[in-house]
Design a protein around this ligand. Sequence first.
Ligand code: ADP
Ligand code: MG
Length: 358
Amino acid sequence: MKKRTGGLLVGCLAIVLFTAILCGGCVGDKTSAQGSGSAAGDLPSAQKDIYAMDTYMSVTAYGKQAGQAVSDAEAEIDRLDQLLSATRTDSEIAMANAGNTVKLSEDTITILKRAKELNIQTNGMFDITLYPLLCEWGFPTQEYQIPSDKKLRKLKKTTGWDKVTIHTKKKTKTLELQEGTEIDLGGIAKGYLADQLKEIMEKDGISSALISLGSSTIQLIGSKPDGSDWNVAVQDPTDTTNYLGVLHVSDCVVDTSGNYERWFEQDGRRYWHILNPKTGKPSRSGLSSVTIVGEDGMTGDALSTALFVMGLEDASEYWRSHSNDFEAIFVEDDGTISITAGLQECFTSDYDYNVISE
Ligand code: ADP
Ligand code: MG
């Protein structure tokens, strides 16, 4: 990664807050959730910080019904956190993981259906059945350890979609997992939440909103209240205080998976939370982060994870065969940045970068 001359990043860094990806448009626009104040001309705005799904989220909406929209969004975040979490014992997913046959909600059915499609499309690289492996590594509890190869081989036998059965009886669907199999929607739930929140904002008549579901999923509704694009800074995986460039985008979801989000170090080697389903170990594909820009949150969330595991070459091929669906930014371990062709007009950086063409 060679630094270009010029000072673009300096300007962007001045507006950095605290997230891996930052939306410049929201900085300084914060008001209370009741929100009648306005940094957007006469447009009322409302903002709320929420802790859910193990992460700090923030919802900012602009428009007459901004206060209502933000409280509707908060209720939806709480509802889905309760429903989808693998760590809360009362969630649908945790009940299934505990060996129960569980009656599925519409939400879970929708997610499982899409997760299965994406599992097939990514040749198994997106796999929601890795939970026993993730637990063995200690990622959900943060009680980290390096499992033995023997243990990994044993646990890998519990993974795979063939261990997941969805029964349909009249209008009711139930989920049954083979003994030992456990699922976790950590790689797709925030994307689904982003999609749901978009619907809520639209129902509440909001045409400009910025929703950060932790730094890894950012839903951008419309454009900034002044009509300009949102600015989303893309984090440098090797130095989380630095930013590699800025996306200037509207009306899309930006999803990032990176090896800096959750990790531990042992004997000088880092181990992170995105596993290669083939090895059961943290994925070492040569990529440090993948950012997906697209319209569908679930797809972006799952693909950022799956393409991270694939590595640059296979991920580029995947994009070529699905280039109508999304664009991407890849950062390799040595810092090399590559963007897909569709982002050329909306990505600016102080660094050199490659453009992947069709
Ligand atoms: P983040 O949780 O930081 O937003 P991701 O969207 O990449 O990052 O999701 C990573 C999470 O997905 C992990 O914490 C784990 O729960 C789950 N996961 C890890 N590896 C995979 C994989 N290969 N396929 C599907 N889910 C995975
Ligand atoms: Mg993901």
